[in-house]
Design a protein around this ligand. Structure first.
Ligand SMILES: Cc1cc2nc3c(=O)[nH]c(=O)nc-3n(C[C@H](O)[C@H](O)[C@H](O)COP(=O)(O)OP(=O)(O)OC[C@H]3O[C@@H](n4cnc5c(N)ncnc54)[C@H](O)[C@@H]3O)c2cc1C
Length: 389
């Protein structure tokens, strides 16, 4: 496969010189661990103390990683990306609350995003997290088939109703839904729920996508089992495949509680599992649609290559590539320029409420040194090309 990700002119074509400079200095800052730690602590303190730092956050890290404070505020960003054939997956990134009022509010928000998506051709998917609709401890109990109290049974019926209401809205409006993957101890119950939704709504079209985290060594068996079940019951499968974002938490919990870690023993094993599962899905593309959520260039080339070898057109509607807004533009924009389907998760929400999301991005980019260096090298190459000092 021809290497296409080095083309920085295409990669940063929507960035003005000022935005390019901001990205460069931001990645320089977050590549330094002590600075991220201090920055995170100071920002948290300033926000809690109501100090006027929102504008500063907005002008720096927020505008780099988020589209805006609400969906309408995101429109200029979505329009600019769409001009380059890059689509948006609006990601309502208000986190950290866990009560019925919040769960109901998220349900309404997601349903309103589905309606909003019907008015825009740039939004191919709407996304949500299962734990934004119910307590993680309840998912865990349901996944373990534990006995539920009457209150818990009632709460679980509410979670199922919220799920179904969102899926029904997606189906009525013909907008596909990505359902994020989270911690392994809540995922069994979520998998079961999403499977029920696929069985109901993925009869003719693929509207409901579950997330498969390839850092879990049991996921190859999971997809094979789901495929058999879907064949037997004649429905289709949508899968967003990612490597997985909770590795450290998973390992610590497994060690503390004394069970076998659900995570592959090393990065190579995760990469192999990822590739094996992608090939499995591609060989069953008649029934499985794939959303490849990754910043890994080799995984991306591998799928591009396999598509070519299997005679699958680049813009086949069953295959999408996805990256997070603010990261790996060299992958997104070069894929789009070469006619592949590509979208970016575009987080949005009030500045204060998306802080947990922003902190995670900063910390993740600090810990994944290789990726930050790659971003910096590409930004430096583009600065040089534009003759910015
Ligand atoms: C569009 C999009 C949607 C996403 N949605 C989700 C989601 O719903 N749920 C979710 O959990 N994550 C999600 N992620 C995040 C994703 O899981 C990864 O954390 C992130 O993308 C980094 O992986 P990579 O494939 O891009 O890159 P790489 O740098 O190649 O891989 C890094 C990943 O490899 C794995 N890994 C690293 N070291 C080891 C090790 N020693 N042993 C075993 N495995 C290791 C970890 O999963 C780590 O995150 C999403 C990412 C994108 C781009």
């Amino acid at each position: 496969m021809k290497r296409i990700f080095e083309d920085t002119a295409t990669a940063f074509s929507v960035k003005s010189d000022t935005a390019l400079e901001r990205a460069y200095f931001l990645f320089k800052l977050i590549s330094k661990e002590p600075l991220v730690k201090i920055g995170t602590a100071v920002t948290n303190f300033a926000l809690k103390a109501n100090l006027p730092v929102e504008r500063l956050i907005r002008a720096t890290v927020f505008d780099h990683f988020c589209g805006g404070v609400n969906e309408h505020d995101c429109e200029p960003v979505m329009d600019a990306m769409h001009e380059k054939n890059v689509f948006s997956v609006l990601d309502y990134s208000v986190e950290g609350k866990s009560n019925d009022a919040y769960f109901d509010q998220v349900q309404q928000k997601i349903e309103s995003l589905i309606t909003f998506a019907t008015t825009k051709k740039h939004i191919p998917f709407v996304v949500f997290k299962p734990t934004a609709l119910g307590r993680i401890s309840l998912y865990e109990k349901v996944g373990l088939s534990a006995i539920l109290s009457d209150q818990e049974k009632h709460d679980w019926s509410l979670v199922k109703a919220r799920f179904r209401s969102i899926c029904l809205a997606a189906s009525n409006n013909n907008i596909p839904l990505l359902i994020d993957g989270e911690e392994s101890w809540m995922q069994d119950a979520a998998d079961q729920l999403v499977c029920e939704m696929m069985q109901e709504f993925n009869k003719d079209k693929i509207l409901i996508y579950n997330t498969l985290q390839a850092y879990r060594w049991d996921r190859h068996n999971y997809i094979k089992g789901l495929y058999e079940y879907a064949t037997l019951h004649d429905f289709k499968i949508g899968i967003k495949i990612v490597r997985g974002a909770y590795m450290e938490k998973e390992r610590i919990r497994a060690a503390e509680k004394g069970y076998k870690s659900p995570i592959c023993e090393n990065k190579t094993a995760t990469d192999e599992n990822f590739n094996t599962i992608v090939s499995f899905m591609l060989s069953h593309i008649d029934r499985i649609a794939v959303f490849l959520g990754t910043h890994n260039e080799e995984s991306t080339y591998l799928l591009m290559d396999a598509m070519e070898k299997n005679g699958i057109p680049k813009n086949d509607s069953r295959i999408w590539f996805g990256q997070l807004y603010g990261m790996s533009d060299h992958i997104s924009y070069n894929l789009a320029a070469n006619n592949f389907n590509v979208s970016k998760y575009l987080p949005f929400g009030p500045v204060k409420d998306v802080m947990p999301y922003l902190m995670r991005r900063a910390e993740e980019n600090t810990s994944v040194a290789g990726q930050t260096n790659r971003e910096l090298d590409l930004l430096a190459a583009e600065r040089k090309r534009r003759k910015i000092q």
